[in-house]
Design a protein. Sequence first.
Length: 197
Amino acid sequence: MAAAAAGYNHVEETEMAVQTPSIELVAVLLSPERAAEIPEKDDVYGWLCGRWDLEVLRYRGIDVAGHGLRGEIHAARVLEGRAVQDVWIMPRRDQRNPDSDPKMNMYGTTLRSWDASIGAWRIAWTNPVHDHREEQIGRRNGTGILQEGVRLDGTKTRWTFTEITVDAFRWRGEALYPGRDQWALEGEFLATRFFNR
């Protein structure tokens, strides 16, 4: 009986360790600066680091501009500065509740990793709320950024960052569905950098 109790305690301690957020994970994941092998001219996403407030204009093809739907982004350099990772959240954490519209729900992450062999960034996005995943290639496009990919069903995607300033940008997600000849606007956000005051 004592052995069983001791075994139970060990399992309980292990479960507690797994459930407790690891400060070490944050320490090994985050990086204070860009990796030296990424040329400064190719540091396409470094400006994104920080916290952003989102005004949601369109999501999943639905015009929600007048609904007051808000979100947030948190981004940082990771993996010894070879990648930039973010978390996109909608509605904002302080507005999330069990009654939130499941169709207007996003809590996903993007990992943008530099690939010197193609001179561009490999993009992997996942939003487990809707089992939504995308893979794209991202490059500078004039004063903005263009990310392009193809979904498993053959749908082409292009996601753009435009109107980029120190404290604001516009993000648009478009899709060209198989058999169509016009791009459909699936998502659009206006972002403003959050400053602690």
